[in-house]
Design a protein around this ligand. Structure first.
Ligand code: NAD
Length: 260
């Protein structure tokens, strides 16, 4: 197994991509903290993993709250004896143009993605530095870490910011054997995207089918959605990589939607 006895915490792991990553980590032998705003949903994911023989704990955490982040990571460290891997994945989408978005919504999306990425990374780095056994920080970016789309301005800005966080942590973490990388998914049919499809179609005055073929998948090489399994496999690869040769990178997993 690629992650035998490594301890991981995955935020936003009660749903979609985060849940797929948590399941893949458990399959690979990791001990996993399933952190989410939604504790009931996180507990369901944990119960399912435990019924298959996996080791996991559910952690209630709002990634924008400094104390909850500290307490949540500490709970995983206490349960499993340390922390080796962070996947900072919690997020949401908000559709608005820059001209229309309220300051409140702008701050909300930056808080979850950027404050959340920073707070979870900082507390995990402190544990990793103290433990002295290296570690892997994986941040969930997006094709929107490198590209822009209309009506997604706050999300685009936040996801670009995570690229800067990743590169900085790669440089600072190297002396401690800590690697940092960013995964940049294309469209994955999670609840985040399912909610967006009718909203975007209505904004553009086209059908949902047209939106999918002419907008969402148009720039892919093969007209296919990326899957949560695709992202989970890349997360396992990044988490398990054995040297700092692979650090500070941003990896597109998008059927060619973005090649930059
Ligand atoms: P999702 O809605 O299925 O899951 C997101 C999870 O994050 C939910 O369980 C939610 O409760 C949790 N969450 C939200 N705010 C939180 C907070 N403040 N604290 C803790 N947990 C919180 O969405 P998803 O599609 O699986 O998205 C996961 C990540 O992947 C996000 O960062 C998203 O931006 C990114 N992403 C998704 C896609 C896609 O197409 N689905 C593409 C690129 C990037």
């Amino acid at each position: 197994m690629h992650l035998d006895s490594r301890v991981a915490i995955v935020t936003g792991a009660a749903s979609g991509i985060g849940a797929a990553i948590a399941r893949a980590f458990v399959r690979e032998g990791a001990l996993v903290g399933v952190a989410d705003l939604d504790l009931v949903a996180a507990e369901k994911v944990v119960a399912e993993m435990r019924s298959g023989g996996g080791q996991a704990v559910a952690v209630q955490m709002d990634v924008t709250d400094e104390q909850q982040v500290s307490r949540g990571v500490d709970a995983v460290v206490t349960a499993f004896g340390g922390i080796d891997i962070l996947v900072s994945n919690a997020g949401f989408q908000h559709l608005d143009t820059i001209a229309d978005v309220s300051f409140e919504n702008w701050k909300r999306i930056l808080a979850v993605h950027l404050d959340g990425g920073f707070l979870t990374t900082r507390v995990c780095l402190r544990h990793m530095y103290r433990q002295g056994r290296g570690g892997a920080i994986i941040l969930m970016g997006s094709v929107h870490s490198k590209e822009a789309s209309v009506s997604k301005g706050p999300y685009v800005v936040a996801k670009h910011g995570l690229l800067g966080l990743c590169r900085t942590v790669a440089k600072e973490g190297a002396a401690h054997g800590v690697r940092a990388n960013l995964i940049c998914p294309g469209f994955v049919r999670t609840p985040l995207v399912e909610k967006q499809i009718p909203e975007l179609a209505a904004r553009m005055g086209i059908s949902e089918e047209q939106l999918i073929s002419d907008v969402i998948l148009r720039a892919t090489v093969d007209g296919e959605f990326t899957t949560d399994t695709d992202i989970a496999e890349v997360a396992v690869f990044l988490a398990a990589f054995s040297s700092t040769a692979l650090t500070g990178q941003s990896i597109n997993v998008s059927h060619g939607w973005s090649m930059g």
